[in-house]
Design a protein around this ligand. Structure first.
Ligand code: PAF
Length: 281
């Protein structure tokens, strides 16, 4: 496992790997690695000769400065966790390395409405930061495939669109959500939960699975209203619970013959959690 802190060093490593005919898989992360990230790594390893992992807490995708400063940074632990996992390259750039010294210029690219709903309406500018950094990484690394978790469902849809338009040679691979035994979706933010909040956090997946298990057995309106009501009687503050078209992400207001997804964002104490569950057509 070789650590790279500059674009130039990483590029020359990748150029050589390409000359040697190696297939490259890329796993972008913001660190605080957990079993969800490890599943992205193993999927990349199964499909490529080398895996490049990035660890970079990208400042431009945080719409709240406290969220950015509180975001867990656990570089030493992260490197220990992946030591021996056969990750060939780890990219750990500084903000200056990725954005230069001046203004953090953002990519100006229209996302065809994918960024105006859900996370986009609650986290102004978030996806501008995400596409800016993902675009930079894909330009530098030019991987054969890049691996993203389905937990960030809207991010995945947006990255797919970005890659299709700007990096058509990169295959975007969606990897399943990895859950704790009680159902909580794994997230780097889970370590910020108090032990009491951690127990209560199971509500999100319970509500999602409740929808999945009764999907099309009750009226659409009842399903949505009951799910939202479950948060009213809890310690969560619900930001949104939407059932959306799985491809356009536009909200649905009735059953249709389209594949759907239910997405949730809710806050408990100081922590904001998101989760989702795909629903059959
Ligand atoms: O999903 C994440 O961890 C981040 O949004 C990503 C894709 C690494 C970009 O900073």
């Amino acid at each position: 496992m070789t650590l790279f802190r500059t674009v130039a060093e990483l590029r020359s490593y990748i150029d050589q790997a390409r000359k040697d005919g190696k297939k490259t898989g890329f796993v972008p992360t913001m660190g605080a690695l957990h079993a969800g990230h490890l599943s992205l790594i193993s999927q990349s390893q199964a499909e490529n000769d080398i895996t490049v992992l990035s660890i970079f807490v990208n400042p431009t995708q945080f719409n709240e400065s406290t969220d950015f400063s509180n975001y867990p940074r656990t570089e030493v632990q992260d490197l220990k966790l992946i030591d021996g996992l056969n990750v060939q390259a780890v990219f750990l750039p500084t903000t200056q390395e990725m954005y230069g010294a001046g203004n953090k210029n953002l990519l100006d690219f229209s996302l065809n409405g994918l960024d105006t709903v859900m996370e986009g309406s609650y986290r102004a500018g978030h996806f501008d930061g995400v596409i800016t950094i993902v675009d930079k990484f894909l330009t530098i690394i030019q991987p054969d495939a890049a691996y993203f978790g389905l937990k960030d469902y809207q991010q995945l849809a947006i990255v797919r669109y970005l890659a299709e338009k700007r990096h058509p040679s990169v295959r975007i691979v969606a990897c399943p959500i990895i859950r704790e035994v009680d159902g909580l979706a794994m997230s780097s933010r889970n370590v910020l939960l108090t032990s009491e909040e951690r127990v209560k956090a199971v509500l999100i997946s319970k509500v999602l699975f409740g929808i999945r298990d009764t999907w099309k057995n009750r009226s659409f309106e009842d399903i949505v209203n009951e799910a939202r009501a479950a948060f009213l009687h809890s310690d969560f503050e619900l930001e949104y619970l939407e059932i959306s078209d799985a491809y356009t992400l536009h909200p649905l207001s009735d059953y249709s013959n389209k594949a759907a997804v239910v997405c949730v964002a809710a806050r408990i104490g100081k922590v904001r959690l998101i989760d989702n569950c795909e629903l059959p057509a």
